[in-house]
Write a protein that binds this ligand. Structure first.
Ligand code: ARG
Length: 477
């Protein structure tokens, strides 16, 4: 490929490829090399590593530690490397351990001595922490976008079902009728908080470790503010020992991600119930289902099940990161190299899960409103409404509760719904009951009466949808 500068010969006394073997009397064992190498996974940081290195080099030039020529050589070489990485023909080598050494060595082979000067006033310890924070910051932004799309999908579906009646459950027993729109907006509320958590966590991710060097800072007259500004960090990490060693930002992010997955998982669990023919509240579009290799009739909600299953995996990553940190004395320890795979996989898993759930909610659910209504009409779901009615007629709530409980028992014994009992039978449990009671016992009357902010009434669902849209529009991305 065409390099901007002709490669220079390395002098014969150039350091060995591993970067430190001048110190050692024998080569590193092959298994140790494989065990300690991270380049197979941390090459993913190449783009941010290059950006971090360029900001560092420009700062070194600005404070007079690097010459203008050296900086120009580094910038040219890095441009070549960036293009190689993008095209997929960068010569990655496990011999060179990690993404940082790979890029630095390639730079030196492209531009000679200037490449060897890049690491002045820096260590891989502050370098890797910087890379990770840059990478995670961008990932968080993409995940917030993913959450926004998912929230819009829930809001859209809720709008179509603001007045659709379904049974509301506690203890997985029918409790009171609710609107399906209200139920869906409960998830929107969870995902809104998840986005808030990510935004909050982003502020602590977005601090610059570079300048901390190996652990104690550097003797060069560095300008950390300049580097922070160039890389878009909103603050500096204040303590060099802390900056190179802590990974609390990764823990915090993974905790937020695990909680988001947990919310998805609750919805996935509901989908699995709802698609069961005994419920048949919704049917999943075929593109979200898979069949069985042996049972020809099966149509399984595998996407929902995998979302539920992958939640365990992300929670596992959170535990892995916490455990990785807990025994580490200050400052940097190699344990921290183990932060990457859990973090990368958390981001990938959550991003895919949000995307697939967005498609599913936006267009993959066939809602069977009449099945939902039937199920709500089945289990004396308006018993609380009758008790509330009696309270309005002057009966103390506890007495009203008891009278209605006896009426429900009577209805059960007769094999009918509470709402189907004739007026005289209802009056035998509470003489205060009058002819106006049947309006109260309808499903529509029940949901419409819960007409206050946070309630399930269709009017409130519509108001909540408008509020959710306003919140999304005022905080895009
Ligand atoms: N690959 C290492 C990591 O991911 C980079 C830092 C190595 N530092 C060191 N002192 N060995 O953490």
């Amino acid at each position: 490929m065409a390099d901007s500068k002709p490669p220079r010969e390395n002098p014969p006394e150039a350091p060995a490829p591993d970067g430190w073997s001048g110190r050692f009397g024998e080569p590193v064992a092959a298994l140790v090399k494989r065990y300690t190498a991270s380049v197979d996974f941390d090459r993913r940081l190449a783009a941010v590593d290059i950006r971090g290195s360029l900001a560092h080099a420009r700062m070194l030039a600005a404070v007079g530690v690097l010459s203008a020529d050296d900086l120009a050589a580094i910038e040219g070489g890095m441009e070549t490397i960036r293009a190689e990485v993008e095209r997929g023909d960068f010569p990655w080598s496990r011999e060179l351990e990690d993404v940082h050494f790979n890029i630095e060595r390639r730079l030196t082979s492209l531009v000679g001595d200037a490449g060897k000067k890049l690491h002045t006033g820096r260590s891989r310890n502050d370098q890797v922490a910087t890379d990770l924070r840059l990478w995670l910051r961008e990932s968080i932004d993409a995940l917030i976008d993913g959450l926004t799309a998912l929230r819009r999908a829930f809001i859209g579906l809720a709008e179509s079902h603001a007045a659709t009646i379904m049974p509301g459950y506690t203890h997985l027993q029918v409790a009171q009728p609710v609107t399906f729109g209200h139920h869906l907006l409960a998830y929107e509320a969870m995902f809104a908080r998840d986005a808030e958590r990510l935004r909050d966590c982003r502020q602590r991710v977005n601090r610059l470790p570079l300048g901390s060097a190996a652990l104690a800072g550097t003797s060069f007259p560095i300008d950390r503010e300049r580097v922070a500004t160039e890389l878009g960090f909103e603050a500096l990490c204040g303590n060099s020992l802390d900056a190179v060693s802590d990974r609390d930002f990764a823990v915090e992010f993974t905790a937020a991600a695990a909680l988001t997955m947990t919310h998805v998982s609750r919805f996935a669990e509901e989908l699995a119930w709802w698609t069961n023919p005994r419920f048949a509240f919704v049917a999943l579009a075929d593109r979200f289902c898979t069949g069985s290799s042996i049972m020809p009739q099966k149509k399984n909600p595998d996407v929902a099940e995998l979302a539920r299953g992958k939640t365990g995996r992300v929670t596992g990553h959170l535990v892995a990161l916490l455990t990785m940190l807990k025994g580490q004395p200050l400052a940097y320890n190699r344990d921290n190299q183990e932060d990457k795979e859990p973090l990368f996989d958390t981001v990938d898993t959550l991003a895919d899960t949000l995307a697939i759930m967005t498609d599913l909610v936006a267009g993959g659910l066939n809602v069977n409103a009449s099945r939902m209504r039937e199920a709500a009409a089945e289990s004396h779901a308006t018993a609380t409404d009758l008790a509330d009615y009696l309270v309005r007629k002057g009966v103390p709530f506890r007495d009203a509760h008891e009278a209605v409980a006896r009426a429900v028992r009577h209805a059960e014994q007769g094999g009918v719904e509470l709402s189907a009992l004739p007026l005289v039978e209802l009056q035998s449990f509470a003489p205060e009951i009058a002819a106006d009671v049947h309006a109260v016992l309808t499903l529509e009357g029940s949901v419409a009466s819960r007409n206050h902010p946070g309630g399930t009434a269709p009017d409130q669902v519509r108001a909540a949808i408008a509020a959710a849209r306003r919140a999304l529009d005022s905080k895009p991305g």
